[in-house]
Write a protein that binds this ligand. Sequence first.
Ligand SMILES: *Cc1c(COP(=O)(O)O)cnc(C)c1O
Length: 449
Amino acid sequence: MKKKPEYERPIITKINAGVTDKFGMRAKMPIISEIDGIPVNDLINKYGSPSFILSEQTIRKTFNDAKRAFTTRYPNVQFAWSYKTNYMNAVCKIFHSEGSWAEVVSGFEYDKALSNGVAPNKIIFNGPDKSKEDLIKATENGSYIHIDHFDELYELLNIADSSKKRPKVAIRVNMDTGIYPQWDRFGFNYENGEAWNALNRIMMSKKLDLIGLHTHIGTYMMTPTPYGVAASKLAELAVRTERKFNHKIKYIDMGGGFASKNTLKGAYLPGKDTCPSFDQYAEAISNALINSELDPNEMPTLFLETGRALIDDAGYITGSVLANKRLADGRRSMIIDTGVNMLFTSFWYEHEIYPAKEVSSHSEDTTIYGPLCMNIDVIRSVIKFPSLQKGDHYVIKRVGAYNMTQWMQFITLRPKIILIDTEGKAHIIRENETNDSLVALENVPDYLN
Ligand SMILES: *Cc1c(COP(=O)(O)O)cnc(C)c1O
């Protein structure tokens, strides 16, 4: 039998340009053709595709917005930069130059803060994993040790016996703030009395210098109310400690967790319209502290360890389109050179992505894939997007938090990180990986050579 001529199924796609504006014009997708005055094409030509780009101007502006929100409402405020959110040395040094202390959660981060020139008595040491050596070092240095569990408390009591210095400590407290699931795996629980128990043991041992109370209630908190609840509970613990032991708590540390303007997957409205402002978080926290029983003449210092809300907006990815193709059901898909290995936060966020030059106003439902040979490598599962061609450039917004620390080397090599300074000059603050830089850590046993 003669084979029938090959038949190609036609694909009908609805062209959807979105809602028209008041002149009946189609809403056109905005473009990002430059970052802090530098054309995206120049950045890609000079530093490669893809690259991370950070705006120093945005970092400083965001920090000062946050600082103003708190210092106008509360007498003494101190920020500490959350290293794990982005520990590029250049980034940390920008925050330190604005007056931020360092907030670290491992021995490695602790040493990084020291080598960034942070005074040891301006380092807050959090987290469940501090080795005995870490604790001895932090004690000798007079850093602030935030105790996570009883085993750490016992270890510190032992260290205090043999050290000339008294460890300066706070306890981390977890609690019910009305947000579920509750983060109860870190620190001592408030409601079941464990936090009060830890405070009593510390005070009665007389071996540790209890200077603060700490909490970090969660991350990407979409409402300020839980911060008010948490601040009231810490204030209550501070007041009880003072009454029972005649001992003043010097600071209350509210941790981090303020939402950035990114949009969570499945959210109905964009994050930039729904996430609370620094003013709203500051209002909730300072109201709770000011209206508590704390001595108004000697209010404790308010520490803040906010991470993502201070750096997300300052980060961009610039990159290129690799290919376009139709999926089996006819949907358009676009493959770009940014994968989930370097954009870890695409598992949680619908990252905004824009063309870098003027394109057609027609847009179509598009799935955007990364370059990995992995089914999960999806940057946007569906977005109305104009048609870009192979080699065209794109910009992804709000990628400054966590990606440059949580990224992994997998299939592709990690790209350069560029910082644009406040004068609009670009600097490479981290080189791209190479085959050589990767194998530098490998060893091949002799018998295989
Ligand atoms: C991660 C972390 C932060 C920063 O959290 P963000 O959600 O980025 O603001 C602050 N404090 C502690 C103890 C942390 O573990």
